[in-house]
Design a protein around this ligand. Structure first.
Ligand code: ADP
Length: 557
C-alpha cells in the first residue's frame, strides 16, 4: 500500500466499510492525521479508540507510536497488560483511557514481538479486528520508518550542532592562536626592552665604577651588618679591606678624634659609626684617626656616611673617608708657630709697657701733646697685649695646658667689677641688671672675668655707639646665668653655629665701634673656659636687632 498517496480523511463514514478500513489504515500512516484516523478506525470496528505500541529498537521497550498519546494513567497497569498481550498474542483487560482516564475494556493483539494493537471501549467486531491486525506489519514498518527518520533527523541535527560547535571551536582556536601570537610579540618586545635596560644598567654600573675610582676619597658601601659590598681602590689601600670583609674588623684601629686632647679611643667605633649612620641617615665630617699599627704613621680622616634606603628600610650605609693627614700636620705646625710667636712677642711687649709707664710718670708735667702720645702708646700696647694673650691662650688650649685656679667667689660682685672696669665712656654706659647677691660659684675669677669682658667688648664693637648694652645675671634652678645683650648688627642664622669656633669671624659683620682688632679667637677661648667650668655657653641673635651672648655656671653647693 502506498501511504503517501492516501486520500485525505473524511469525517463521514464511507459507504463501503472495507474501503473505509483500508482508507483509515492508510491515514494512520500519516502522522498528522493519526489520532483522528485511529478513532474513526476504532469506531469502524466497533470500539471507541485504539492505540498502537511499537518496540523502540534502541531501548528495546514497547512505546506508543508517534502521534498517539505518549502518557497513560496507571502506567504500571498498562505495562503489565502489554506484557500479557506479548506473551498470549491476544488478551483483554480493564484499563484507564489515555485521555479521560475512565476505565474501559481493552483488547490487545500482538504482532511478533514488535507491536501491540489495543482497541479501547465499545464492543469490537472480532472479524474486523482481525482484519485490522492484518495491516499491523505494514503499520509497524511505517512507524519504525518514521522513528528512523526522526532518529536520523535528530542525528542530523546533532551532526549540524557538532559542525556548528566545531566551527565555534575553530574560531576560538583561531582567537587563541592570535592571542598567543600577540603574547609572543609582546614577550619579544619585553625581551628587547629588557636587553636595552640591561645594556643601560651595565653602562651605568661601569660609569659608577669609574666614578668611584676617580674620586680621591676612600669610598665603601656595606650592608646593615657591616659587610662590605663595594669599595674603591683608595678604600682598599687605606683600610686594608675588600668586598666581603667586615668594617667591624677595624675594631680599635679607628678612633674618634677629639680636640684638643687628640684621639680618643671608643672601643666600638665601627659599630658606633654603623649604628649612627643607620639611625640618623647621615654623619657629617666626623674627625677620626686610623692607627693601623704602632709602626705605621696614623691617618687623620674626615668621615661622612649616608644610609642606603629602599623605601622605608635601611639596607646599608655608604662611607666616605677624606684623608686630611697633611692638613692636620699643617694645623699642628701653625699651632706650634702661634705658641712660639705669642710667647716671643710677650716679653718685648712687657718691656715696652713698663718703659712707657716709667716715661709717662717722668714726663708727668710735660706738655699735653706728649701726654696724649703716651696715652695712645698705652692703648696700642693694651690691644697688643690682649691679642698676644689670646694667641697664648689658644696655644694652651690646643696643647691642653690651659689651667684654672678654682676658688669660691660671688659672681654678682665679679660681674659688677668687670662691667665697671670695662665702661666704654660716658656716652655709652652699660646697664646692669645684677642682684645684690651673693651668688657663689666655684671657678677661676680671672678667667670668668675674661669671658665677661670678651662679651662686653664684642657688644661694643658690633653695635652703634650710643645703642644700649645690658648685662643681666640671675639664678635658674641649680645654675646661674649671665647674659650680655646689645642692639647691634646681629649674626646671620647660618653663622650662629660657628661663632665659637677657632678663627671664625662672621664674614658680613664689620666692626661698628671701637677697636678694629680681632682674630676670631675670643669666643673660642670663652667656650673652652666655660666648658672647663662645667657650664654652657650660647648666643641668641637676630640680624638687625642685636645679640645676646650668655653662659651658665653651676651654683656652689
Ligand atoms: P673677634 O676678635 O673677631 O671679635 P670673637 O671670637 O670674639 O672674635 O668673635 C667671633 C666673631 O663673632 C666676630 O668676628 C664677629 O663677627 C662675631 N660676633 C661676636 N660678637 C658679636 C656681637 N655682639 N654682635 C655681632 N657679631 C658678633
Amino acid at each position: 500500500m502506498d501511504f503517501t498517496t492516501a486520500q485525505p480523511l473524511s469525517a463521514s463514514s464511507p459507504n463501503n466499510p472495507r474501503q473505509g478500513l483500508t482508507q483509515y489504515v492508510a491515514a494512520l500512516a500519516q502522522p498528522a492525521e493519526r489520532e483522528r484516523a485511529a478513532q474513526l478506525l476504532a469506531q469502524l470496528v466497533g470500539a471507541e479508540d485504539l492505540v498502537i505500541f511499537i518496540r523502540d529498537q534502541e531501548i528495546g521497550e514497547l512505546l506508543p507510536a508517534l502521534g498517539f498519546p505518549q502518557t497513560f494513567p496507571q502506567g504500571r497497569k498498562w505495562r503489565s497488560f502489554l506484557d500479557l498481550v506479548l506473551r498470549a498474542q491476544r488478551a483483554e483487560a480493564s484499563l484507564p483511557m489515555p485521555r479521560s482516564a475512565m476505565m474501559t475494556t481493552a483488547c490487545g493483539i500482538a504482532y511478533d514481538d514488535q507491536a501491540v494493537l489495543v482497541l479501547l471501549g465499545g464492543n469490537p467486531i472480532r472479524a474486523d479486528v482481525h482484519e485490522v491486525a492484518l495491516y499491523l506489519p505494514l503499520l509497524v514498518a511505517a512507524f519504525q520508518g518514521e522513528l528512523s527518520i526522526k532518529t536520523a533527523t535528530a542525528q542530523a541535527m546533532l551532526a549540524r550542532n557538532a559542525v556548528a560547535e566545531s566551527q565555534l571551536v575553530g574560531k576560538s582556536l583561531e582567537l587563541a592562536r592570535q592571542e598567543l601570537q600577540q603574547a609572543l610579540h609582546q614577550t619579544r618586545l619585553t625581551l628587547n626592552h629588557n636587553e636595552e635596560l640591561n645594556r643601560q644598567l651595565a653602562g651605568q654600573a661601569a660609569e659608577l665604577r669609574t666614578i668611584l675610582e676617580a674620586i680621591p676619597d676612600a669610598i665603601l658601601a656595606c650592608d646593615v651588618h657591616g659587610i662590605i659590598t663595594r669599595i674603591n681602590a683608595q678604600g682598599r689601600d687605606l683600610f686594608d679591606l675588600d668586598i666581603g670583609d667586615s668594617i667591624l674588623s677595624l675594631g680599635s684601629k679607628l678612633l674618634v678624634f677629639k680636640e684638643p686632647r687628640g684621639a680618643v679611643l671608643l672601643t666600638t667605633v665601627p659599630e658606633y659609626l654603623l649604628a649612627q649612620a643607620m639611625q640618623t641617615n647621615r654623619l657629617t665630617d666626623l674627625r677620626c684617626v686610623l692607627r693601623k699599627s704602632e709602626l705605621l704613621p696614623e691617618h687623620h680622616l674626615l668621615l661622612n656616611a649616608v644610609s642606603i634606603r629602599m623605601r622605608e628600610d635601611v639596607t646599608g650605609v655608604v662611607f666616605t673617608a677624606t684623608d686630611i693627614t697633611h692638613i692636620h700636620h699643617l694645623s699642628e705646625m701653625k699651632d706650634e708657630f702661634l705658641a712660639i710667636a705669642s710667647h716671643e712677642l710677650r716679653t718685648p711687649l712687657t718691656t715696652i709697657k713698663m718703659m712707657t709707664q716709667v716715661a709717662q710718670r717722668r714726663t708727668a708735667r710735660a706738655i699735653p701733646v706728649e701726654m696724649q702720645h703716651f696715652e695712645q702708646i698705652s692703648h696700642a700696647v693694651l690691644r697688643m697685649e690682649r691679642l698676644v694673650s689670646d694667641l697664648l691662650d689658644v696655644s694652651r688650649v690646643q696643647s691642653g695646658k690651659l689651667s684654672l685656679n678654682l676658688i669660691l667667689f660671688d659672681l654678682c660682685a665679679l660681674c659688677r667689677q668687670a662691667t665697671s672696669d670695662e665702661q666704654f665712656g660716658e656716652e655709652r654706659p652699660i646697664a646692669m641688671n645684677i642682684p645684690s647677691g651673693p651668688i657663689n660659684v666655684w671657678g677661676d675669677p680671672l678667667r670668668i672675668t675674661q669671658v665677661i669682658v670678651n662679651f662686653l667688648t664684642n657688644a661694643n664693637k658690633y653695635s652703634q655707639a650710643g645703642s644700649p648694652i645690658t648685662i643681666t645675671l640671675h639664678a635658674v634652678d641649680s645654675h646661674v646665668r649671665v647674659a650680655v645683650s646689645d642692639a647691634g648688627i646681629g649674626i646671620p642664622p647660618q653663622d650662629v653655629p660657628h661663632v665659637f669656633e677657632r678663627f671664625f669671624r662672621v664674614p658680613t659683620n664689620t666692626v661698628q665701634n671701637g677697636s678694629r682688632v680681632g682674630l676670631g679667637l675670643g669666643l673660642y677661648i670663652c667656650r673652652t673656659i666655660i666648658e672647663m667650668h662645667q657650664g654652657q655657653i650660647g648666643v641668641d641673635s637676630t640680624v638687625g636687632d642685636g645679640s645676646t651672648f650668655w653662659f651658665t655656671l653651676p651654683l656652689a653647693a
